[in-house]
Design a protein around this ligand. Structure first.
Ligand SMILES: [Cu+2]
Length: 157
């Protein structure tokens, strides 16, 4: 007498568990994973800073012993103010801007600092969105080294 009804309840319970699991998996795939992988929410001032910071790749940089390569070689920038950096290649050879592999800086918004070849007369932009010290170099001219020091800007919360 009680067996059929308990078996029926068991069946309903099992269906509820299956539906619950399906809902849970769907939530995980549709909402949790995309949210987890999404770019961080940033202060709009960091995404669109008021100023750009210009770094020149000077003429003769492909020759080791040139007086300068990246100018300024050491560049402070402020988040929300000047964190968009533009490298301008003023040399007659192609150059790269690549983060030093020993650096522990990893920009969650912009990804890796690893430019394509920057041709003569061309520029390369990178938006730094976190505090830190970034040492970089040119991967075809290892003597070309530079540094960007990203500091908290006055306007950043
Ligand atoms: Cu180079």
């Amino acid at each position: 007498m009680s067996l059929p009804s308990s078996s029926h309840a068991y069946g309903i319970g099992l269906i509820a568990v299956i539906i619950g699991a399906a809902v849970g998996i769907s939530y995980y795939q549709l909402y949790f994973i995309p949210e987890y992988n999404a770019k961080p929410h940033l202060d709009p001032k960091i995404i669109n800073p008021g100023q750009t910071t210009n770094i020149a790749i000077v003429s003769g940089s492909s020759i080791e012993g040139n007086p300068q390569y990246f100018v300024p070689a050491k560049q402070p920038i402020q988040l929300g103010v000047s964190n968009l950096v533009v490298w301008q290649n003023n040399d007659n050879a192609a150059h790269f801007v690549t983060i030093d592999p020993k650096s522990d800086y990893k920009d969650r918004y912009s990804g890796d600092l690893d430019s394509p070849p920057i041709m003569p007369g061309k520029t390369f932009n990178f938006l730094f969105t976190q505090e830190g010290t970034v040492k970089y170099y040119c991967k075809v001219h290892a003597w070309m080294k530079g540094e960007v020091d990203i500091e908290r800007g006055a306007t950043t919360s």
